[in-house]
Design a binder for this molecule. Structure first.
Ligand code: HEM
Length: 405
């Protein structure tokens, strides 16, 4: 009711336009995905659009309100590996929260995580492009995420945000991701705390309040929507490209993301138990909500200029635009005002499939050698881009201000 009142006022004052009204309708779409498809196979039936992360949110709100965020962030910069003890000097309730949040879910399967490592090793070259571009550009047409990112500190310094998000993509694919000497537990818990910080701060941003239909950002449902822009979108593209994927490796890849969802604070009852159920959830919660927003457009424009500062000629704006069109389709590319690129769009459409087939050893002729090299160099430049992004030690932090613009 409170939400309706606030929106009624905003609408009456003309603050919400057609896009906002549409977003409200979209938000009203009920969550109907059955908990029978989740990891435990049962659930309370609670609507995840109304559930956030009480445990993290309360602790982090108090850290922010106490004015100690910078000090806490500085201390947490020293916490880098999964099994490393926490630095001394953290507020006791934060320490207790982290000690609890760093525990892996009881259903973690080490064998499946080992299969995920094989998947990441063999498919790593595609993953750079897929996480970086398919998932990254898709996030710009997930309205709630686009607004949250644009009006938070992340939108103010997108380059920094890209490096930090790249860290999650890198850490989850590392050989020791969830092993004691890996970094994925730390990355997840820090991300969970960053999200709690965003929940506390964004409702204080006049810009966000004006444009977002919800009272509070990053619900459990929102996290699962974004989750699908990552592993589900990666898997959909790999299948479309006919990359051969052994069943145990694809299951392992799913498992590493199931564990990640849990470590980000998502309740087990919302985490799909198989690729089939993940796809059914994505069809309900991701595909229908994709939409253009002015905030997403600005983020997409910034992302398309990603390679500009580096000497990576194949990561130019027109080529990245063609890649977006190829991976996410004409509708999304048209929303984002990405023109059809005359050389790369047809090249990707006709030659990417044969390139993947040759690369995977399924075909040994039918693709000009120059085209093969060009695509290989393209993938290599993505890897170089990530290496440049990740060359400095990166620590995900609790935000303490919103985008001032
Ligand atoms: C921060 C990943 C879901 C909005 C972050 C960071 C990571 C991350 C790695 C830290 C980067 C940084 O500090 O800039 C993820 C993953 C998700 C997810 C893996 C789901 C599986 C969401 C959703 C929203 C969201 C659903 C919004 C609806 C944000 C915002 C920040 C953030 C606003 C903070 C940016 C800043 O102010 O610095 N997320 N996120 N995220 N995320 Fe997420």
């Amino acid at each position: 009711m409170e939400q309706l009142n606030r929106r009624a006022v905003l609408r009456a004052t003309g603050t919400i336009g057609a896009a906002g009204a549409l977003a409200t309708l979209t938000q009203a779409t009920p969550w109907t995905w059955a908990p029978a498809n989740s990891i435990p196979g049962v659930g309370t039936g609670a609507d995840p659009r109304t559930i956030f992360d009480d445990e993290a949110d309360q602790v982090i709100a108090r850290v922010i309100d106490s004015g100690k965020v910078v000090e806490v962030n500085n201390l947490l910069n020293q916490w880098r590996t999964n099994s490393q003890p926490l630095p001394a000097g953290l507020p006791p309730e934060l320490r207790d929260f982290i000690e609890h949040a760093r525990q892996l879910p009881s259903w973690t399967d080490r064998g499946k995580l080992a299969a995920a490592v094989r998947f990441n090793q063999r498919r790593g070259t595609y993953l750079g492009v897929l996480y970086g571009f398919a998932s990254g550009m898709m996030s710009t047409v997930i309205p709630k995420e686009a607004r949250a990112v644009y009006y938070s500190k992340g939108g103010w310094d997108l380059k920094d945000r890209i490096s930090k998000t790249a860290k999650l993509g890198y850490d989850i694919g590392a050989l020791n991701a969830y092993q004691p000497d890996g970094e994925m537990v730390v990355t997840c818990v820090k991300t969970r705390m960053a999200h709690a910080g965003v929940r506390h701060l964004l409702p204080k941003s006049a810009h966000w309040v004006r444009s977002a239909p919800e009272e509070k950002p990053i619900s459990q449902a929102d996290i699962m929507v974004t989750w699908h822009s990552l592993p589900t979108t990666v898997m959909r593209n790999l299948e479309k490209w006919k990359v051969p994927l052994p069943a145990d490796e694809s299951e392992g890849f799913l498992h590493s993301w199931q564990v990640t969802a849990a470590m980000l604070g998502v309740q087990d009852q919302y985490i799909p138990n198989s690729w089939a159920t993940a796809d059914s959830q994505a069809k309900q919660v991701l595909d229908p909500i994709l939409a253009w927003t002015p905030e997403g457009q600005k983020l997409a424009d910034m992302l398309l200029d990603l390679g500009m500062d580096l000497d990576l000629t194949l990561l130019s704006r027109p080529i990245l635009g063609a890649l977006t069109r190829f991976m996410l389709g004409d509708k999304i590319a048209d929303w984002l005002h990405i023109p059809r690129e005359p050389v790369w769009t047809p090249l990707l459409e006709t030659a990417w499939g044969p390139y993947v087939a040759v690369r995977e050893g399924l075909l040994n002729a039918g693709l000009p050698r120059e085209t093969y090299w060009l695509f290989d160099e393209f993938l290599r430049q993505f890897v170089l881009f990530y290496m440049a992004e990740l060359r400095m030690p990166i620590s995900i932090q609790i935000p303490y201000f919103n985008n001032p613009n």
